[in-house]
Design a binder for this molecule. Sequence first.
Ligand SMILES: Cc1cc2nc3c(=O)[nH]c(=O)nc-3n(C[C@H](O)[C@H](O)[C@H](O)COP(=O)(O)OP(=O)(O)OC[C@H]3O[C@@H](n4cnc5c(N)ncnc54)[C@H](O)[C@@H]3O)c2cc1C
Length: 414
Amino acid sequence: MSRTAIVGGGAVGLASAHYLAESGHEVSIFEESGVASGASYGNAGTFAPYACIPVNNPSVFANLHRYLLSPRSPFRLRMQQLPRMLPWIGRFLQHSTAARSHQTSVELARLLGLANAAYAGIIGRAGADLIAPQECLYLYSSSRAFDAAARDMALRRQLGIPVEILDEAGIRALEPNLSPRFHKGALFTGSWFFRSPYRFLTTLAERLTQSGVEMVRASVQEVRPQEGGVDLVLTDGRSVRFDHVVIAAGAKSRHFALQCGDKVPLDTERGYHLTFPAGAGLLSRPCGWAERGFYMTPMADGLRVAGTVELGGFSPALRTSLLSLLSSSARDAVHGLGGPTTEWLGFRPTLPDGLPVLDRAAASPRVIYAFGHQHLGLTLAGITGQIVASFVNDTPQPISLAPFAANRFASHAA
Ligand SMILES: Cc1cc2nc3c(=O)[nH]c(=O)nc-3n(C[C@H](O)[C@H](O)[C@H](O)COP(=O)(O)OP(=O)(O)OC[C@H]3O[C@@H](n4cnc5c(N)ncnc54)[C@H](O)[C@@H]3O)c2cc1C
């Protein structure tokens, strides 16, 4: 048995705690702002094993001018952040070529293929009350958009991900309250969703605490590998020694990796959500409007409209034009939504190749990295937790982790 600390109490940190506790380790989670208060709080709640097509795909080249200039684009750049983000954006574009993007899809599909089974024990611990079985539906309002998605659908099938194409009548039979503008849909068999990611994760945290996992409300300043252990230095000056430390601090993991010998180009894709309480009951499943870059998910407290990508660092300032785009797009998709009552901004942890880092640190095999899950951290939390436990237990990993190595960017400046 080892004493293991986890930095970060989001979906990834909590799932790691679940698997480490299952293996009999003594686990402490260090979380500075409250369990599931980061990206894990306000996401779209989809368990999305179909989502192997990364944002960095060849379509970004054709759309680049729109991302920079159009107020209708769901993908935006904060111009003041452009100089800081240029190296990251350069790498993102390098990984958007057809060949690189294909490789990312293959690697993501391998992880995603293990994601469902890896959630079973976690749902067993947290309870299934907030899990809903309805599959996700992607919607297309123009034949141009549907035709443009044909290659992605073919790749999904090739990678063993089932997709059922629906016509207008098929969409209407499932979701009668959707606008008639949608003539084609794609239903992803095997997907499901969380009716409140926050409540699911806080329940998981409570159950973990009851079984002996320690929750520490503290901000970690430094992770310091030592001979025979790892010290966590907290911002209040305390230092605590552990046998292993897991870095699961989401988008804020980069400087911890640097302290442990790895320069990783982790940055953030900002994303937003709005909640429409009057939208409760209008949809039965997550519906994603592909061209507009967002999901509408029927959550416990109303319809959550979540998505968009904004490259622009960690400023807490909300981009009102993106919130307005989400709001007007949701009203175009479903009638009778009323007004939104909550607005939320979250920070997806993203590397420029669209893959997470799942590895041991260069400076010490006792430090384990589990971050960078971009749009898929809720979905991949379970399998990531299993992988983290295999590192600590020193048992074979379920798949080769070479594509998720921390040093995969080492030949370029990070
Ligand atoms: C709009 C939007 C929609 C999304 N939709 C989906 C979806 O439908 N399905 C899906 O699978 N994924 C989705 N995602 C992505 C998903 O939410 C993230 O990938 C996931 O939440 C990342 O989890 P995490 O645990 O790595 O990070 P986080 O949830 O951000 O957790 C990291 C934690 O670390 C803590 N922390 C950071 N620094 C320190 C420190 N120094 N000391 C102590 N604690 C620290 C933070 O407070 C935070 O709680 C979406 C994201 C967004 C923004």
